[in-house]
Design a protein around this ligand. Structure first.
Ligand code: HEM
Length: 417
């Protein structure tokens, strides 16, 4: 084994399950697995087995049956190998406080309810007009700066980052730091030292913010958790964990959906034209993008707490189960021509936001951001094009959240009149 200070958080998943032949399609190895059965098994780098769900009915079953626990860190973390000395710092009680994404009822229920209570009607109503302003400001800046840009750093990343900062009450000046820390933690094979440092920095940063808001309340969601209906019910560690969960999930996911969605649209010019010319189509288009380009490279993950039969296999207590979101959303039992990207699809019961009690809490926010950002981008730059060959776009194959590292785009200067 490597010395502790050189160790990396090694991902043990077989490479073929991560390698995409087309940037928008699931890895072909998953197609082959699905052709055999909706639930299959792979061998991890540790030699252990892990179940992989590729059928949408089976995925729905796993995500709604209480015999599957979302607490996949405290048990055996089979997917990522973590040196023992770092395990406590990364997945110990303090590190996981407030991370209800990885909790089961009743702990999960208690925390989720408090956070849901903060997504108030007033906050949600203000969202679309504010997102529209933020989107327009960033498009103005792109236009003013010339005729080309990296769409990720100029648009896809700053828009959701600013939106979630305003919603939570996190100063936007902190963005470079929290974006870097999140990116370190979602990178596969990150040096352990860097991951531990990123976690600790995140906790310190949020701890200071929580203290500041305790002393001086504001309109944001974090302040709402401290001073609202549930005042005094959350420990500082829980508040810090919840706020960091929302901050991370709130920018990294949507940023990649916007950037990867834009790439898919540029590669399907007929669909881009539809979006540009038909404002009515925006909502349907967002659902199809969520189905067709999954930013969840793999997962959600669950651990069986009992023996369960699903999809013709018997899963044993303690077994890890990975749902393949990219693959389940292409299930031909539920979609006609599942591999066709069609923004006009009427029926689209995809599971891009998961299912059951852990279903994405930010889904309305993510939808609002995508449905404002992508049509506005298409309309602002009628001749938007990729500024490199599609195969040169750096894909995030090495990240838990899939997407593009950057997306070079160009457009024509407006005609002088
Ligand atoms: C949970 C996807 C945006 C906050 C989830 C889950 C998925 C998901 C699949 C379920 C995970 C599981 O079952 O283990 C996405 C996608 C997004 C997105 C594709 C963007 C397009 C957001 C945003 C927020 C957010 C903007 C911020 C408010 C959360 C939280 C959970 C969650 C807090 C945990 C819910 C729970 O455990 O009860 N998300 N998400 N997500 N998401 Fe999102």
């Amino acid at each position: 084994a490597a010395p502790a200070d050189q160790a990396t958080l090694r991902v043990q998943l077989p490479a073929e399950l991560l390698t995409r032949q087309c940037p928008f399609d699931p890895p072909q190895a998953l197609d082959r697995m699905h052709a055999q059965a909706p639930v299959g098994q792979v061998t991890l780098g540790t030699g252990e087995k892990m179940w992989v769900v590729t059928g949408i009915d089976e995925a729905r079953f796993v995500m709604s049956d209480p015999r599957f626990s979302a607490d996949r860190f405290n048990r055996r973390n089979t997917l990522v190998s973590v040196p023992e000395e770092a395990r406590e710092k990364l997945f110990g009680e303090r590190a996981m406080a407030g991370q209800f994404l990885a909790m089961d009822p009743p702990q999960h229920t208690r925390l989720r309810k408090m956070v849901v209570g903060q997504f108030t009607l007033r906050r949600m109503r203000a969202l679309v007009p504010r997102i529209t302003e933020i989107v327009d400001t960033h498009l103005d800046a792109m236009e003013a700066a010339g005729t080309s840009a990296d769409l990720v750093s100029a648009f896809a990343l700053p828009v959701p980052s600013l939106v979630i900062c305003e919603l939570l009450g996190v100063p936007y000046e902190a963005r470079a730091d929290f974006q870097r820390r999140t990116s370190t933690l979602v990178r596969m094979n990150t040096p352990v030292k860097e991951a531990v440092q990123a976690r600790e920095e995140m906790r310190e940063f949020m701890h200071e913010l929580v203290e500041a808001k305790r002393a001086q309340p504001d309109d944001g969601l974090i302040s709402g958790l401290i001073h609202g209906d549930h005042a005094g019910e959350l420990t500082d560690d829980e508040l810090v964990g919840i706020a960091n969960l929302l901050l991370g999930a709130g920018h990294e996911t949507t940023a990649n959906m916007i950037a990867l969605g834009a790439f898919a649209l540029l590669e399907h010019p007929d669909q881009l034209e539809l979006l540009r010319h038909d404002p009515e189509i925006a909502d349907k288009a967002v659902e199809e993008l969520l189905r067709y380009v999954s930013i969840l490279h793999m997962g959600p993950f669950r651990v069986a707490t009992d023996e369960v039969e699903v999809g013709g296999v018997r899963i044993l207590e303690g077994d890890t189960v990975m749902i393949s979101t990219p693959k389940i959303n292409r299930d031909s039992a539920h979609w006609e021509n599942p591999d066709t990207f069609d923004l006009t699809r009427e029926r689209n019961p995809h599971l891009a936001f998961g299912y059951g009690i852990h279903q994405c809490l930010g889904q309305q926010l993510a939808r609002a951001e995508m449905s404002v950002a992508l049509p506005a981008l298409a309309r602002r730059f009628p001749h938007l094009r990729l500024a490199c060959r599609p195969e040169e776009v750096p894909m995030r194959d090495n990240m838990f959240i899939y997407g593009v590292h950057s997306l070079p785009v160009a457009w024509d200067a407006p005609q002088e009149t």
